[in-house]
Structure formats: structure tokens, C-alpha cells
Design a protein around this ligand. Sequence first.
Ligand SMILES: Cc1cc2nc3c(=O)[nH]c(=O)nc-3n(C[C@H](O)[C@H](O)[C@H](O)COP(=O)(O)OP(=O)(O)OC[C@H]3O[C@@H](n4cnc5c(N)ncnc54)[C@H](O)[C@@H]3O)c2cc1C
Ligand SMILES: NC(=O)c1ccc[n+]([C@@H]2O[C@H](COP(=O)([O-])OP(=O)(O)OC[C@H]3O[C@@H](n4cnc5c(N)ncnc54)[C@H](O)[C@@H]3O)[C@@H](O)[C@H]2O)c1
Ligand code: SF4
Ligand code: FES
Length: 813
Amino acid sequence: MTIPKKLVLVGNGMAGIRCIEHLLKLAPDAYSITIFGAEPHPNYNRIQLSAVLADGGAGLQDIVLNDWSWYEDNGITLHAGHAVTSIDTAMRTVTSDQGVSASYDVLLLATGSRAYLLPVPGADKEGVIGFRDIRDCRAMLEASRTYRRAAVIGGGLLGLEAARGLLNLGMDVTVVHNSTLLMNRQLDPAASLMLQQELERQGMTFRLNAQTAEITGRRRASGLKFRDGGRLDADLVVMAVGIVPNAELAAAAGIATRRGVIVGDELATSAPGVYALGECAEHDGIAYGLVAPLYEQGAVLAKHLAGVPTEGYKGSVTSTKLKVSGVDVFSAGDYMGGEGARSLRWQDEVAGVYKKLVVRGDRLEGAVLFGDTSDGAMLFNLIKSGEPIAGREKELLLGYAPGSGGTAASPLERLAAMPGDEIVCGCNGVSKEAVVQAIVSGGCTSLAAIKACTKASASCGGCKPLVEGLLELTAGDAVVQVKEGICGCTSLGREEIVEAIASMGLSGVRETMHVLGWSRPEGCSKCRPALNYYLGMLQPGSHRDEKESRFANERYHANIQKDGTFSVVPRIYGGVTSPAELKHIADVAERFQVPLVKFTGGQRLDLLGVRKEDLPRMWEELGMASGSAYGKALRTVKTCVGDTFCRFGTQDAMGMGIRLEKAYERISTPAKFKMAVSGCPRNCAEATIKDFGVVAIDGGWELHAGGNGGVKVRATDLIGVVRTEEEVMEWSGAFLQYYRETAAWGERTAHWVERVGIGSIREALASAEERIALNERLQEALATLEDPWQEIVGDPELRKNFEPLAAAGREQA
Ligand SMILES: Cc1cc2nc3c(=O)[nH]c(=O)nc-3n(C[C@H](O)[C@H](O)[C@H](O)COP(=O)(O)OP(=O)(O)OC[C@H]3O[C@@H](n4cnc5c(N)ncnc54)[C@H](O)[C@@H]3O)c2cc1C
Ligand SMILES: NC(=O)c1ccc[n+]([C@@H]2O[C@H](COP(=O)([O-])OP(=O)(O)OC[C@H]3O[C@@H](n4cnc5c(N)ncnc54)[C@H](O)[C@@H]3O)[C@@H](O)[C@H]2O)c1
Ligand code: SF4
Ligand code: FES
């Protein structure tokens, strides 16, 4: 029996572990393996950090690629949380920062890169981070709970993915970019401008051509100062201006380095027995920053170490896709084209699609796709293979079916026509043939099975539509549809969960998660509040609201501000108040030294800057109901003066608004719910951008729904016209309850209306019988509700939550 050689891997990341996986297949007994990883985690999918961030942290545990048992099962000694600090190439040993040494016959360096942090004054302040690992991702999630303004420096792939994630977390995001064009290293000007317009539409703000000179603030960052003297306020600064290979460890050991650790075609470094791969390695002058080339390196090195003949690593052509922004962007090869190259462009401004091919001679050299990237894999394969494309340019640019004479091919037709050796998953180098084989011979009938079998779609996920298409083409009816769950803890969707709670009579968040087989017993910040809402909606009488499953604002019944103080918004029905009420509010505000009093957009008074410990006393002194300004509940009913004073008014808008607000205050809804009543079609209360808007007309009222005045403005759809105030109450109550019962938790009416269609809502509310039944269920829920402020005021135990120390302890738990 031959004694296995000792292999040490430094860097427990994507490239190094992929190489070990190959090696274990090729030569399972040839090496005894020891791995050092600076991060305290098993190998995880770094690429998916963008998606985890965009998802509010849900799914962090789902991105593990090789769990702890994988190391054990393969007899690997893992030192997680150990950074190797020195290599002795003469003695062939490595030593970690925790004093653990290991000797090697073969050493693999796969230490990856780190975020490049601009060397500007203030870069070391609290709140300034890169975006590279789980710790950075958590730091952003944490910051978004307390702070509102984020600046992302760098408008490349990473910066835009970080910015999209922070936007999803509710932050105001400005991307500060040093060029006039976003993704200037990946896109041509036309695609870059289209991308900018789309992201602006999503709510992102850009500061282009800006050079950051300083990060301002005391201990924590409070903003940026630019070279031209301009300033930007920011409580969180994310630097995404490129990466630096971690090559210092090798350099200190006398191994040749430039930008990265220099390697040849066999990935060998200048030191005997020492190899490098991944982002820390520099091959032919290039240190790659995408997984596809790093995985190719891993496959070559594993073969070399297993004694399997290989041609060596010859470098890679790369392609990129922007993830999580909801807009499809692809670029590959030389996308700008220079002297001697022809650029072919096609643009459909209505559909928001742009395509550009760069052709030199009869070969495709580069491509940019915006809005429709379904041809990305095919074009990328042509760029890599260098196959002549003369005469096919139009077909390639317009996506025509080959030989069709000019008919656009459907995505499935294009997949069917794709040659078997074409790569469908760029990250993992998986061909169409390999996927088809996995389906036909390997019996894989779901995306998950194909992923497990071939690794296709296991990294960035960009090839998912292609893999699903092949599944549909090959397996047809045998396809097992794997549903998207409400979060990473479950594969169950909203409908199944609601159905299960109702039919099985489940009670309590924990019980529901347990019975329905949650993968994480404690759930996550996405599913726990959702379950709490569904349980409350279905069991209004018996469900005990689980405060611990609610967000901090809803637990404290006040909105937390960026300086840690709170805002108090007492309910002022219909926005109509009196001198006495105003004096009273002013007295209380003075007594508690409220630093700022402001009218909200919904015509309410916001008392800002209140300390947490003062909240219960202040509510007590106000003696008013909570305005629910913090909750997923009815917020405000905005009104105009209506016919009481206005010469144009046709109805009593104030009276109607007050009636609606009194009827539905405190009701919990899937997402915040705003209403307005205008006294005539001039619509001064802006009722047509509210969740439910009422507009008076001669002899009646128009009822509108599904509006939104936020990031993406949406005008309401008309759901009906009624004559009396009674009918307004009947329709509004029915609408509210129907929304409560059928929308997903967190779904604003604007999205819900678009998803289910206004026609189906009109239909559901058309019958008087159904409207009455919905109102009865709504009343049942309303009957159980008490004012949360007065409930706390009257309960010494609940008041303790607001005492500084006790609250801090609970917050941490
Ligand atoms: C948010 C994000 C999104 C991305 N999206 C994409 C994408 O869509 N497509 C794509 O192709 N690429 C993407 N990338 C890039 C991709 O993740 C990297 O190319 C890939 O992870 C590099 O693999 P690696 O093994 O070389 O380095 P890493 O995955 O960084 O692994 C290196 C590991 O080595 C450890 N280490 C470093 N020094 C030491 C030491 N001295 N001792 C012990 N351990 C050490 C590090 O802590 C790290 O865990 C993305 C990157 C990020 C951050
Ligand atoms: N979808 C994907 O494929 C994906 C996603 C995230 C990250 N990544 C990879 O992660 C790595 C890091 O990504 P990245 O976006 O940081 O690198 P990058 O080099 O691709 O982009 C950095 C961007 O920052 C800009 N920049 C540089 N200095 C600046 C300054 N002082 N002020 C403002 N802007 C400045 C540059 O113009 C450039 O567009 C890359 O290798 C990237 O390929 C890939
Ligand atoms: S909406 Fe009509 S009634 Fe109301 S204030 Fe404006 S003009 Fe007057
Ligand atoms: S292309 Fe990235 S996982 Fe397939």
C-alpha cells in the first residue's frame, strides 16, 4: 500500500475546494488532506451573497456548498477560523495565526482576494466596509436596521449588486462611480445608459464621474467629500472598487508574485511543490475575478496532481452577467471593438432590448446583451470557439431560427437547435449534452437533481432558465416542478402555508414551522413575521400576537430613527384636529423636549427625537390612540376639506375619512395600507395613489385601489362607483379583508393588484353576499384589537421593555 502524500490547502473557498472535489474523484486515496480557512465557515457560495443581501439575509445558511460533514466524510482535517501566517518552503510547513502547523508534500494556495479599500482619509471609520464575505453581508444587514443612507463606491458588478441589495433593505442608496458609465469594464455606452435608466427607475441614485476624496464623520462615517468639493451624506459606505489578490503570504515566503502569485500552465509557483489557483493566482499576467476560470484552473490542477494527462491551463475568455437587479445584462469578450472590428447593433426601445455583436473578419469577438440575455451562452460559445460566423450575423443578432429565413425563434427552439457540446453553465463548464445525459440516463427530473448531479446552476444561477428549458425539452411531462418557498427555510409558498394552517388548525409560529418541516427550526426574519401575520389573519380570536416575530418598530410601536431615538405619531382621524388637541399635543411635546415636530405626508403630526424610555410616559400623557405609523396596518386616511368648506366640494370628505379611519384603525394588513378621500374629482387628497382611494363625484363616490406614491408610482384602478357613505364602508371593508386574506405578507396592494389582476378583485367583490361575508370576517378581527400604546401604558410588565437596560438585553437576545 502506498502512503498518501500530505496535501495542505490554504484557503477554504470556492476555487480550492472545487479542486479538492475533482481530486477526490480522480485519486481518492492519493493524498491526506488538511485545509486551513481564515473564515469560520465551511466552503460557501460567495456569489450568492448578493442574493442573500437582496433577500434581507434569508438563505444565508442555504449557500453552504460543502457542509461540515463533507470534510469529515472525506477524511479531511479542517482548521476553520485559522489564517495561515507563514510558509516555510524549505521545511515544507505552514503555520496558522493560532499556532497550528502542518507539513506538506504538496501545498495549494487558494487565498482568493480581498476588497480594495480606497486609501482616502476616513476609510478606517466605523460603517466603511467592502463586500466580500458573510461578515460584510451581516454588517450591511445590521446597518440597514438602524441607518437609512448608504453610499456604494464603485458602479461595477459588485457595487450594483450591493446597491440593489441595500435598496431592498429599505435604504436610500447612492452609487458613486468614477466613470460617466456604469459597468464601464463590462458594457458599451448604449447598454450602460439603459442600465442606469432602469436602476434609476428602481430608486437607485447615481453620482457619476465622482472622485471620493475623504470619508467624513467622527467615529462613524457620516458622508463623503469629493475632489470637486461636493458632499454626500451617508451612514454606511460600501467600497466596491475592485479586488486585490491575497498574495502577501506567498511573497513573504519568497514565492514569485506580481499582482497575484505567479503560476504557469500547471498552476505551479516558483517554489517546489507549491501551487496556486483561484483569484490569488496570476496566469499569463491575468488574475481572474470570476469563478468560471477558477474552476477551470481547479480541474486542471486536480488532474495534474492525480497524474492524469492534461494540456495545462491556457487562460480563459470570460463573460459576465449582472445578478439580482431584475434586469438582464450580459457581456463577453471584446465588447467595445476597435480598429478593424465591425459592431452590429440592434435595439428595441419599446421592449428595452439592446444587442451588440463585435465581429472581426468572420469571427465573433465580443457581445453585449441588455434586456434579453437568452442568447448569451450561445454567443459566448462562438466567441470562445472562434468558429466562422460569416453569413449568420443577422441570425445571431436577431435571434432568428437557423435556416428560417427570418423568423424569430422561441427560447425553446433555440435551445433545441443548440449543439450538444455547447456550454450552458459557464460557471461550472457544463455542456448541453451533460445536462441532457443527466436527465436521460441519470434520471434527474428536477432542477435540484440536475444541480446535484452536474453542478449546472449551482454557482451564480444565471443559467437556470437554460437548464430548466432543457429539462422541459427533454423530460416533458416527467418534470418535477420545484416551487419557490416564501424564504430559504421552506419550499412552501404562501398559498400552501395558509391552506395548511387553516386545514390543520396550526397555532403558533413555532408549531407551524415544526409541522411544516422548516429546514431551520428557528426560521428567519422573512418567514417568522409572515407566519405571525397569517396566523393572526386566519385565527383572529385565538392567535396570540408574537411580538418577537415582529420587526423592532412594531415591537416598540414607534419608528426608530437613525440616531436611535423614536418618533411618535398620535392618531388624528382624517387629519382633522382642534385647537384644544393641538395645544395638548404641543404641551406634551414641550414637556418631553421633543426636538422636532413635523407634519407627515399623510397629514399627521410626527413628534421626532423621543427617547425609548420616555415612550410609555409620553403616550400616557397624550392619552391618544397610536397612529400605527410604524406598522403593517392602516396608516392614515388623508382628506381634503370637501364640501364642508370648499366651493368645489360635492361630498363630506372629512367626515367620510374620519369614519373610515375610525372603522379600520389598528387592523393588521399584509403591508402598510394608506387611504385618502377627496371631496371632488380635483382630488386634492391624492386619493389615486393610495392603497384605497375615495373620490367624490356628483351624487356618489368613486372607489379606487392599488395605488402607490413611493419608489415606483402607480395610479389606482377604479373598482366601482357607489352612491352612499354606507356603500363606501361596505366596499372598502370588503376590499380590505379580501386583500388581507389573499395577498402575501409584505405585498403592497400595488403589487398584489398587478399580480392577481384588477378584474379578479372586481369579480370577488361584485356580489353583495360576498362583501357582507368579508365585512363580517373583518369585524371579527377588529373586535379583538386594543390600542397598543394604552395597553403598554396600563401594564407595568410591558413598560419594562422600554427601560434602557432591560430593553438592551432583550434586543441582543
Ligand atoms: C458578492 C459577490 C458576488 C459575486 N458574484 C459573482 C458572480 O456572479 N459570478 C462570478 O463568476 N463570480 C462572482 N463573484 C466572484 C467569486 O465569488 C470569486 O471569483 C470566487 O469566490 C473566488 O474564489 P477563490 O477560491 O479564489 O477565493 P475565495 O472564494 O475568496 O476563497 C478564498 C478563501 O481563502 C481564505 N484565506 C485568505 N487568506 C488566507 C490565509 N492566509 N489562511 C487561510 N485562509 C485564507 C479567505 O478567507 C477565503 O475564505 C462574486 C464575489 C462577491 C464577493
Ligand atoms: N455578477 C458577477 O459576475 C459579479 C458580481 C459581483 C462581483 N463580481 C466580481 O467580484 C470582483 C469585484 O467586483 P467589483 O465590481 O468591485 O470590481 P470591478 O473591477 O469589476 O469594478 C469596480 C468598478 O469600480 C469603479 N471604480 C474604481 N475606482 C473607483 C473610485 N475611486 N470611485 C468610484 N468608482 C471607482 C471602476 O470604474 C469599476 O467600474 C470582480 O472580479 C467581479 O468580476 C462578479
Ligand atoms: S378635492 Fe375638490 S373638494 Fe377637495 S379641496 Fe380639492 S377642490 Fe375642494
Ligand atoms: S452560469 Fe453561473 S451557475 Fe451556471
